[in-house]
Ligand binder design. Structure first.
Ligand code: SAH
Length: 470
């Protein structure tokens, strides 16, 4: 390791920046954010500095002792202005003579210190350096870490900071403290923070601190697991959210149904137990209520239960019904949204659900009621400049289109049926209210399908971009 990483406290320290271009402006921003007293040395500067007004003082390079009292000096020469020019070399030498550590942007070889790529989840900060050899690689790695480290980790670190103070010297030794914090970072308290409920997390942490044994273990050995109700999106695993992916790695047991694509199940923690709870229009393998009971039972055994649902759990997913039981039994749970089928299918079919010229509103409806086709409020559906996305409508497509016509829809109104949207085997059939039912039958559609009705469907001709792989 050629360079030693350090995290400097710059509050109220005088830091110098030399240069008047974009690079210098970015430096000033970052330094001001870190609380430094920034001094700019430049003979001319770009418009960007307008927005930074008040964040820096102006120094004078003409002054003999210009860099005196600055522990760090950043040189950000502009394009075409080589640091190797004698006048610039002289400036750099002056800074060093004044006792400063020097950074020359894009010239690690000329720098006493270099600036890392920073992932900021304050108070958690990750700095990445490639020693100046490949800054781009550092930035790419940073982007990877962005996806791995949840946004809430900063707040988790802050919670631990508060907890550390409250814990004082209650725990006997290092081992006990390790056991305690491992339990916290790996359990429901951490999940509460990541889900945004800091108040509940702090309250529960206070209780853990008050109740824990001297060896750091929990006072009540009765373990309580937790439940994650997670939307897995319409099929393409790339559409999983970061949080969904993280919870999929944490789960001890997964409850899934037919709508969850196998390529998504492949991404669940390998050794997690899998329980199929079925679900097809009429033949539920397990009734909703039993799914709820099962989740409560598993959680009370101390397990982390992942309930994976296609699309978004709260859109025609009955996710709400499944977790009511959890709330009653006080099992901790969280809900993670997913890309709902209408959004995924429309994007992958090149059909914008709204468009300034064609549709100012969009409604999601289900085409299937408790025991057959649903009686919808047709007049509100058939409003002009409105797109209608119908879930679970394929079996009743003919009926739906006839009702549309009966309530005054133009038979030429465009309709698309998207089967297996976002997946490798996506099929899109387009037509209009008058002919789509016959076309869908001719195409032999039978997988999960979304029906999109509205003028926007015509845009597919121009905007279709997705090429299914099979
Ligand atoms: N909660 C889910 C919807 C569950 S209802 C969501 O937010 O997407 C099940 C219906 O969703 C299916 O009958 C079908 O209409 C639709 N659907 C789900 N995945 C789909 C896909 N990949 N392609 C087309 N339709 C899909």
């Amino acid at each position: 390791m050629d360079r030693l990483p350090l995290f400097l406290d710059l509050h109220k320290r005088r830091i110098a920046v030399v240069g008047g271009g974009s690079l210098a402006a970015r430096r000033i921003e970052a330094l001001a954010r870190a609380g430094a007293e920034v001094w700019l040395f430049a003979t001319a500067w770009s418009d960007e500095f307008e927005a930074l007004r008040g964040q820096y003082h102006l120094g004078d390079l003409g002054e003999h002792n210009a860099f005196f009292g600055f522990p760090l000096v950043y040189f950000a020469f502009q394009d075409g202005e080589e640091p190797e020019q004698p006048s610039n070399l002289a400036l750099i030498a002056r800074a060093r003579t004044a006792g400063a550590l020097v950074n020359v942007a894009d010239h690690p070889g000329m720098s006493d210190f270099i600036t890392p790529s920073v992932l900021d989840r304050s108070p958690l900060v990750v700095a990445i350096s490639t020693g100046g050899d490949a800054p781009l690689l550092g930035r790419m790695l940073k982007a990877r870490l962005e996806t791995l480290i949840p946004a809430g980790y900063g707040r988790l670190a802050a919670l631990a900071g508060a907890g550390r103070a409250a814990l004082g010297d209650k725990l006997a030794n290092h081992q006990a403290r390790l056991r305690f914090w491992e339990r916290i970072f790996d359990g429901p308290i951490a999940e509460m923070v990541l889900a945004g409920d800091d108040a509940a997390a702090h309250a529960l942490l206070d209780r853990e601190i008050a109740d824990c044994r001297p060896d750091g273990s929990a006072a009540d050995d009765q373990p309580v697991g937790e439940v994650y109700l997670v939307g897995a999106g319409p099929g393409d695993p790339d559409l999983l959210t970061f949080r969904a992916f993280r919870l999929m790695q944490k789960a001890d047991v997964v409850l899934y149904d037919r709508l969850v694509d196998p390529t998504i199940m492949d991404r669940v923690r390998r050794d997690a137990e899998r329980i199929y709870v079925g679900k097809r229009r009429a033949d539920h393998a397990l009734p909703q209520e039993e799914i709820g009971d099962l989740m409560v039972k598993l959680a009370l055994e101390g397990k982390r239960v992942l309930r994976l649902k296609g699309g978004d759990p709260f859109i025609f997913g009955r996710g709400g019904e499944e977790i009511e039981k959890l709330a009653e039994k006080r099992v901790p749970f969280q809900v993670c949204p997913g890309v709902t089928a209408a959004a995924g299918c429309s994007s992958y079919a090149g059909i914008p659900l709204t468009h300034r010229d064609y549709a100012q509103s969009c409604v999601f409806v289900t085409g299937h009621g408790r025991d057959g086709p649903i009686d919808l409020d047709w007049s509100t559906l058939l409003r002009p400049r409105q797109t209608v996305a119908v879930y679970m409508g394929l079996a009743h497509l003919d009926f739906l289109m006839k009702e549309f016509l009966r309530h005054g829809a133009d038979s030429a109104l465009p309709v698309a049926v998207v089967e297996n949207g976002t997946r490798a085997n996506q099929i899109v059939v387009t037509g209009n209210v008058g002919d789509i039912a016959a076309k869908a039958v001719a195409a032999g559609l039978r997988g999960p399908t979304i029906i999109i009705v509205g003028e926007v469907v015509a845009l597919r001709e121009k905007l279709n971009w997705y090429v299914p792989k099979s």
